[in-house]
Design a protein around this ligand. Structure first.
Ligand code: ATP
Length: 388
């Protein structure tokens, strides 16, 4: 998050009714004057009406991408379209997008209701007042006020702050303030709602509650949403589509399920999923995976011979008793009904996620790994997925 996000919302021109708001980035690159390449050759279609989440580690270019869609940064090269319009040269206020930033600064000296009204009041067509257009300015003003009243009421209801309208921002809880921020973003019916880590300043409990609220809000308003986060749980929970980025590059675009089940490369496999996927160096020989440590495991079917990295999700490792490969338990983290168990097995260290049980550090158990849940990756720096 950069200093420019100090203001809560960047307002753009009001929607004259909802339009088709697919966002398309073609070969978009952003190089800052400092020579930092924040976004590299990005090709991305953000589907109309869906929630697309940009996810990746700090500095991977998520905010820059969002700011380019908003018009707060210009791409160094490439084309950005909103709907059927190329917007590269369209100023932010004419793009019909609204942006909510991480640090939700509301105007402290005016009530919640006035905070909501503010972007609409700013947009009033003052030409009527100055007699520059035909018709009665008083009637026109009355109609506009009634329309604003209704939009404010609707937005307040959507984000459940109707009860707080007369209060000042300092009289609100963190979650209520965040809801007012969202209300102020949707009151203008933007074609695209851009959310830059909107939950990251909230405590863990509130973040979970707001996550659910965001989801149902999106369900109700159906606006195209682009949500930036570095929290993979938030991304999985909210995204219809995830865009996983690193160092300015898009590594994978897909549904949360696709990305979880078929990560495109080692980075995506490690970044999405907690605890991280276990990675074992070795090679495939005649359909078996020979770990560098000497252990031999199953390999995903149709894997060609050659060096590879085998990926195993922690929840794919079952800890049992009986015959089979032995594992010694080196550590246990308990989370109520489940636990993460750090084991040494097959001459390597792995983590298994399983249901809570009385197992203890030092115990020896048997591991079982489901063949169909194995992932194989290239050993080179790109680490692309091998096979399906
Ligand atoms: P975070 O999650 O930490 O907010 P991010 O993924 O949103 O990070 P960006 O803020 O887009 O990443 O930054 C991408 C890269 O561009 C980083 O290396 C950052 O230092 C750099 N950067 C961002 N804004 C500017 C700027 N105005 N001038 C120069 N470099 C910048």
């Amino acid at each position: 998050m950069k200093e420019a996000s100090a203001s809560l919302i960047f307002w753009t021109r009001a929607g004259q009714g909802q339009s088709m708001a697919e966002v398309q980035l073609d070969n978009v690159t952003k190089i800052y004057p400092s020579s930092v390449r924040a976004v590299a050759e990005c090709n991305l279609t953000i589907p109309d009406g869906q929630c697309t989440v940009l996810i990746g580690p700090s500095g991977c270019g998520k905010t820059t991408m969002l700011r380019m869609i908003a018009g707060l940064e210009s791409p160094t090269s490439g084309t950005i379209r909103i709907g059927d319009r190329v917007v590269n040269d369209v100023p932010p206020r004419d793009r019909n997008v609204a942006m909510v930033f991480q640090d939700s600064t509301l105007y402290p000296h005016i009530s919640v209701e006035k905070n909501l009204r503010f972007p609409l009041e700013r947009r009033r067509d003052t030409r009527w007042w100055h007699g520059l257009l035909p018709g009665s300015s008083r009637e026109r003003r009355r109609d506009e006020t009634a329309a604003i009243d209704e939009k404010v009421r609707n937005a307040a209801a959507q984000v459940a702050i109707t009860e707080c309208m007369r209060r000042f921002p300092r009289e609100l809880s963190g979650g209520e303030r965040q809801r007012v921020g969202l209300g102020r973003a949707i009151v203008r019916e933007p074609d695209v709602l851009l959310l830059d880590e909107p939950l990251s300043n909230l405590d863990a409990h509130l973040r979970l509650a707001m996550r659910t609220e965001l989801q149902s809000l999106h369900h109700r308003i159906g606006t195209t949403v682009v949500h930036v986060t570095h929290d993979q749980e938030e991304a999985m929970a909210l995204g219809d589509v995830l865009v996983v980025m690193k160092d300015g590059w898009i590594h994978q675009i897909g549904t949360p399920d696709e990305i979880y089940r078929h990560p495109a490369d080692r980075f995506v496999a490690s970044f999405i999923g907690a605890p991280q996927m276990n990675m074992i160096q070795g090679s495939v020989q005649s359909g078996r995976f020979h770990a560098d440590s000497g252990a031999v495991l199953s390999a995903p079917s149709q894997a060609a011979d050659g060096p590879a990295v085998l990926g195993i999700r922690p929840e794919s490792i079952e800890l049992t008793t009986g015959n089979g490969e032995k594992a010694i338990i080196e550590g246990i983290e308990r989370f109520g009904d489940r636990m993460d168990v750090h084991i040494k097995t097959l001459q390597t260290r792995m983590t298994a996620r399983c249901e809570a049980s009385p197992l203890r550090v030092g115990d020896v158990c048997t591991i079982r790994i489901a063949d169909q849940s194995l992932h194989l990756f290239d050993v080179d720096a790109k680490g692309r997925r091998i096979g399906v």
